[in-house]
Design a binder for this molecule. Structure first.
Ligand SMILES: Cc1cc2nc3c(=O)[nH]c(=O)nc-3n(C[C@H](O)[C@H](O)[C@H](O)COP(=O)(O)OP(=O)(O)OC[C@H]3O[C@@H](n4cnc5c(N)ncnc54)[C@H](O)[C@@H]3O)c2cc1C
Length: 293
């Protein structure tokens, strides 16, 4: 069953996210991860789109190869950043010709050193515009979009409490323009996700909101996310960072997060793998053993 059919039938999906590496070593590691992913039979894999340069072409080629050579349902991320409508059309034509079934339509972040997003003069300023463009020209694509349980960083001033309230109207616009589902930014506090889903549903957002989970595998990594992510941090994650076996504690934390999300009705789990399959694969295996997915 295609991943989107599963979503529509309320059968939970599990998906992995990869990024195109920049070094030969990074590619070697990713190929090993992909071989393992093919064996795991995940519902779909998504590949991020870089801020510029050759990694952008690599996204298209990698997604096409996953889809056609390995029969893994693949979703290509695509951003407004730096592209005219003509360029976007060419990329979408190429993805369509390669039978890629889904596009994750995003705006993109301001390039390094810039504080505000500047749209291309012949492009789009917001993801919702790109979504409408894809829906009009390539209606067969399934379209994903981004959602932010704790608010997009530009949606509140420095020092202000984080809230998704301002973004939800724009999420609704993404849905109205053709988005079929959303994937959330990672978060560590499931209460934030469920509060966000409640608010979105109250404003007429009906599409599946797939929670994005970041499994972490070392005390250093967990501490870095606690310090820098800006996310709400549950006590259990602080304890994991301080644990003598932080790798195992990080895995258990992410697994418990997934268990609770699925038990409370989340439509699936999207794992930010950071191009490594070990932790994500363990989580998937455990969820399958427990018949949660
Ligand atoms: C699951 C996921 C995957 C991602 N993958 C990538 C990737 O592959 N490559 C990459 O470069 N980045 C990626 N990003 C990051 C993303 O590009 C940034 O978060 C970016 O800053 C916003 O993208 P968006 O699509 O949410 O933009 P938008 O929906 O356009 O929102 C951006 C900001 O503008 C506001 N806004 C939206 N519409 C309007 C409007 N009509 N009028 C006024 N304000 C508006 C929103 O509230 C928000 O503050 C990803 C993010 C997520 C959550």
């Amino acid at each position: 069953m295609l991943f989107f059919d599963k979503l529509q039938r309320h059968t939970p999906t599990v998906s992995f996210e990869f990024f195109p590496p920049k070094t030969p070593d990074g590619w070697a590691k990713l190929y090993a991860t992909i071989a393992e992913t093919a064996r795991l039979n995940v519902d779909f894999v998504s590949v991020t789109y870089g801020a510029g340069g050759s990694t952008r072409e690599n996204t298209v080629d990698l997604v096409a190869s996953l889809q056609n050579n390995l029969a893994i349902h693949a979703m290509a991320h695509l951003t407004c950043l730096g592209h005219s409508q003509v360029e976007l059309s060419k990329i979408l034509d190429k993805l369509a010709a390669k039978q890629v079934p889904a596009i994750m339509a995003l705006r993109g972040d301001p390039p390094k050193g810039e504080t505000a997003f500047r749209p291309h003069p012949y492009g789009f300023a917001h993801a919702s515009d790109l979504i409408g463009f894809i829906k009009d020209g390539w209606p067969h694509f399934k379209i994903g979009c981004a959602a932010y349980p704790e608010g997009h960083p530009e949606s509140f001033a420095a020092g202000e409490a984080r809230t998704p309230d301002r973004d939800i109207a724009f999420l609704k616009r993404k849905q109205d323009n053709g988005a079929d589902f959303a994937v959330t930014q990672f978060f560590f506090d499931n209460a934030a996700y469920f509060a966000f889903v409640g608010k979105a549903r109250a404003k007429g957002v009906t599409i599946p909101l797939l929670p994005g989970i970041m499994p972490m595998s070392s005390a250093k990594q967990i501490s870095r996310f606690i310090a820098l992510s800006g996310c709400s941090i549950p006590e259990a994650l602080r304890l994991a960072a301080a644990s003598e076996n932080a790798e195992e504690a990080g895995y258990q934390f992410a697994l418990n997060q997934c268990r609770d999300l699925l038990a409370q009705g989340a439509p699936g789990i999207h794992l930010y793998t950071l191009n490594q399959s070990a932790l994500s694969g363990r989580i998937l295996a455990a969820l399958r053993d427990e018949k949660r997915v």
